[in-house]
Design a protein around this ligand. Structure first.
Ligand code: UN1
Length: 496
């Protein structure tokens, strides 16, 4: 079998891992399709990448922000030209269907155009001084060298959410993409370089979390870490980063609820539920994993949902007819299986799916049947823990207030959706649902890049991506200019 060998990007040069070790990147729909070998990096590679980023920082921080932004603008335009090629490569390495990988590249394009505009803003404040003939203002400064650890489910969009704001703000970066989907990050960063990004400003080290991610988190010259992944790993990242007082932005799990009230447009709510639960094979942090149904419409909704779930075409995402791709790897399949067993053990009723697909062409990859559980109550583990697979639970309720209570009764708080025609209830839900994102009459997935993205409770640690990212990737400097030509003592010389 022949396949290409890819390298780390350090100081503008593509180089193998010092150890020479590699990881094979396989197509999850067909394991005989090898995308390539990528470096299995370790602390030594990370140290070289951080040193390159530190060196590049001296020049990059002095490039005017509007000029930095022009590189992002050109990157967005180049990504438009390359969209189809990159989407196909992403489907090969990640599995999700072409319509979705085109969306993933589009999200990076949107981010590029959005952040490019920030190059001419990056606003600070001016404010009066308490002393005469003194000027006061605050300006945004780059943080320095920033580290990024990104997941496999949005292999280009999520790196773009982190890299582009970090770059426009004048930081230099080391990114460690998920070991399952490094090619899309390489494609993104190659595009940045083709658009004029100087060497060393972005560096890539590929590899496993414990070998390549941990040394990045611990490196003393890295000033901030932006992480998207599981809550379990996020907690470790935060603990390790605390030793060197790094800023940490964590974007983690969800157990997102779609609430359907009795007055909802049921056709619309069904379309939303199917897309939210089974789009990206349920492998989004925003995926709908609980559907809360008001008693009066529950039976009809359930029947129609199951009928449509059974018709979904599961297969290789490169085939335009396919609606649901594979799961990323065998471990995720194991997790889906595990939660099916947990749900059955708790007394939930399996209405469809619940099994690994292995017949015919399915045997070449890692496929799981779209799965629906009914009779789920809010205390069951299947209603509380993230599966990250095509598994959705139906929970019935009587009143709107109960629905909000059930929706909020979990440790996570990323996305929520309410289907209703009642404007009063819609606004009450907007106020009361404990989540970073609430949709009315739209599914739990589908965030746009220029709004804040992130969650509450165990989903995050208070930072936001999207329009919150600049706050993370900059640090405030307060500036005082005294033009009185004499010593003026604050709090003393102007006191009564
Ligand atoms: C994720 O699942 O990690 O809102 C991100 C959405 C996408 C982003 C998902 N725009 O579903």
């Amino acid at each position: 079998m022949t396949y290409p060998t890819y390298h780390n990007l350090i100081g503008g040069a593509w180089v193998p891992a010092e150890s020479g070790k590699t990881i094979l990147n396989l197509n999850p729909a067909d394991h005989s399709d090898v995308i390539g070998a990528f470096p299995a990096s370790d602390a030594e590679d990370v140290a070289r990448a951080v040193a390159a980023a530190k060196k590049a920082s001296a020049l990059w921080r002095l490039v005017p922000a509007p000029k930095r932004a022009e590189i992002l603008l050109r990157t967005g335009m180049l990504l438009q030209e390359r969209k189809e090629k990159y989407a196909r490569e992403m489907t090969r390495e990640m599995g999700k269907v072409l319509a979705e990988t085109r969306g993933d590249v589009q999200e990076a394009i949107d981010e590029a155009f959005y952040v490019a505009g920030e190059g001419r803003r990056l606003f600070g404040q001016t404010t009066p001084s308490e002393l005469p003939n003194k000027f006061a203002m605050s300006v945004r400064m780059p943080v320095g060298v920033v580290g990024m650890i990104t997941p496999w489910n949005f292999p280009m969009a999520i790196p773009s959410w982190k890299l582009f704001p970090a770059l426009v703000a004048g930081n230099t970066c080391v990114i460690k993409p998920a070991e399952d989907t490094p090619l899309s990050t390489c494609n993104l960063v190659q595009t940045l370089m083709d658009a004029g990004l100087p060497p060393g400003v972005v560096n890539i080290v590929t590899g496993f979390g414990p070998d390549a991610g941990a040394p990045l988190v611990e490196h003393p010259d890295v000033r901030a870490i932006s992480f998207t992944g599981s809550s379990e790993v996020g907690s470790l990242v935060a603990q390790r980063a605390a030793a060197t007082f790094k800023q940490v932005s964590l974007e983690m799990g969800g157990k997102n609820a779609q609430i359907v009230l009795g007055d909802a447009n049921l056709d619309l709510a069904l379309d939303g539920a199917l897309w939210g639960a089974f789009g990206t094979t349920g492998q989004r942090c925003t995926a709908t994993s609980r559907i809360l149904l008001q008693r009066g419409i529950a039976a009809e909704f359930t029947e129609r949902l199951v009928a449509r779930a059974e018709k979904l075409r599961v297969g290789n995402g490169l085939d335009e007819q396919i609606e649901i791709g594979p799961q990323i790897h065998a471990q995720q399949i194991e997790t889906s299986k595990k939660y099916v067993d947990i749900a059955l053990g708790e007394g939930a009723k399996l209405l469809t799916g619940g099994r690994v697909l292995q017949e015919g062409a399915y045997s070449k990859g890692t496929f799981f049947a779209p799965t629906v559980f009914a009779g789920v109550t809010s205390t069951m583990r299947i209603a509380r823990e993230e599966v990250f697979g095509p598994v959705v639970s139906l929970v019935e309720f009587d009143t709107f207030e109960q629905a909000v209570e059930i929706a909020n009764s979990i440790d996570y708080g990323l996305s929520t959706a309410l289907y209703t025609r009642d404007v009063n209830r819609a606004f009450t839900a907007i106020r009361d649902l404990e989540a970073g994102i609430t949709y009315i009459n739209a599914p739990t997935i589908g965030a746009e890049v220029h709004l804040p993205f992130g969650g509450v409770k165990h989903t995050g640690n208070g930072h936001r991506e999207g329009n919150g990212a600049l706050d993370f990737f900059t640090t405030w400097k307060a500036v005082y200019v005294d033009y009185s030509d004499k010593l003026q003592r604050a709090q003393i010389d102007n006191a009564e």
